[in-house]
Design a protein around this ligand. Structure first.
Ligand SMILES: Cc1cc2nc3c(=O)[nH]c(=O)nc-3n(C[C@H](O)[C@H](O)[C@H](O)COP(=O)(O)O)c2cc1C
Length: 360
């Protein structure tokens, strides 16, 4: 666990103190820690530290941050941190590898901003290798890295223009994966039915609820202490002491309450994006993560919000039904996201760069 003194020892400590918001004696000021987390990289930090800083700001399942960045004389390697698996929600590590893809995409965009070209390969050992060479250029998506978030808020119901939809589609282009955009109300409603049905199955499973509960941070203090997990306020839920939240959560987390909220969220959205990779293996799950990350960054640049609704992909019996609705019965749809315009939510936290790096 990352204790408070380690937060201060991290690369962002100066920014926290400069923001004047970290109450050293009175406990953590969540806003200040979050603001420091989402700062651009410190230009005085070594290049590898700057790249990893941006990589860690990627979307990641349950905010588990299941990554290790290994750097030395060769390529930068992104390895799965298997101590941070979520075996109930993600038994085959699909989301874990998609998460590594999100991080790899941010890392490569950051490399471009440093004038480096990057090439990604996926190794038989499950590690992603990113080779850097002189000659890259800054992609406009880079500027959105520090502003992106998963916004689990109600959106405003407005539609997105055809021109912006095609910008989103183009940004999401990654070899080995395609994105399908669904904006027709009847088609959205059919997918919503699957989301709600799968949600009910997951919430009825005590193992799923217990695993999710382990990654929930009900108080700012608990979130700052670990620098990971899902802080209640980020999802629009009330905060409370961690021990009270952990006791209450299984009682208040019901299919009825969650489905009512989820249905309203989907109906408030401009549409759904489904990321479908060419093959059902770890290399292609990485491609799906990269594609989502690029989509989300382009959305951020257009002042659009995104949030995941992966339930029908996580409950195996619903996957073929979703694939059927989308007309891709020979594929495993990877990720399901809603998008639209809506308010930002409090930012999520990350562990310090030093905690996720290994020099070899
Ligand atoms: C592969 C993957 C699966 C995810 N699944 C869900 C999900 O089913 N529901 C959800 O609310 N968020 C989901 N998320 C979003 C993460 O919870 C979120 O990225 C993380 O909490 C960090 O927050 P941020 O993206 O706002 O920085 C997923 C993210 C990834 C990369």
């Amino acid at each position: 666990m990352m204790k408070r003194r380690q937060v201060l020892a991290g690369a962002s400590a100066a920014a926290v103190v400069a923001a004047g918001g970290y109450a050293l004696l009175g406990g953590p000021d969540y806003e200040a820690v979050a603001a420091a987390t989402w700062q651009p990289a410190d230009p005085a930090a070594p290049e590898i530290g700057r790249l990893v800083h941006y990589a860690t700001l990627a979307a990641n399942s349950h905010n588990t941050q299941p990554w290790i960045f290994e750097a030395g004389s060769g390529p930068i390697r992104i390895l799965p941190d298997t101590t941070r698996r979520t075996p109930v929600a993600d038994p085959d590590d699909h989301h874990l590898f998609a998460t590594l893809g999100c991080a790899a995409e941010n890392l490569m965009l950051a490399a471009g901003a440093e004038g480096k070209a990057s090439a990604l390969s996926f190794g038989a050992d499950g590690a992603i290798a990113v080779d850097l060479a002189p000659g890259g250029a800054e992609d406009p998506l880079f500027a959105a890295i520090t502003a992106r978030q998963c916004s689990r808020s109600l959106y405003d119901g407005s539609t997105v223009s055809a021109a912006d939809l095609s910008l989103l589609e183009r940004a999401a282009q990654v070899d080995g994966c395609r994105v399908l955009l669904v904006t027709e109300p009847a088609e959205v409603a059919a997918i919503l039915d699957l989301i709600l049905a799968a949600n009910a199955v997951q919430i009825a499973d005590p193992a799923f609820v217990a695993e999710l509960g382990d990654w929930l941070r009900f108080s700012a203090a608990a979130a700052v202490d670990t620098g990971d997990g899902l802080f209640s306020a980020c999802s629009g839920n009330p905060t409370m002491p961690q021990w009270i939240g952990q006791r209450m959560f299984p009682r208040v987390f019901t299919p009825e309450a969650e489905n009512e909220k989820t249905a309203a969220q989907v109906r408030s959205s401009a549409g759904l994006a489904i990321f479908v990779s060419d093959r059902d293996d770890a290399e292609h799950w990485v491609a799906a993560g990269r594609s989502y990350q690029r989509f989300a960054l382009q959305a951020t640049a257009l002042d659009l919000k995104t949030a995941f609704l992966n339930q029908p992909l996580e409950v195996p019996e619903y996957r073929p039904q979703l694939a059927g609705l989308l007309g891709v019965t020979d594929r495993r749809p990877d990720l399901l996201v809603r998008f639209g315009r809506g308010p930002a939510m409090p930012r999520s936290l990350r562990r310090p760069v030093a905690d996720v790096m290994r020099m070899v």
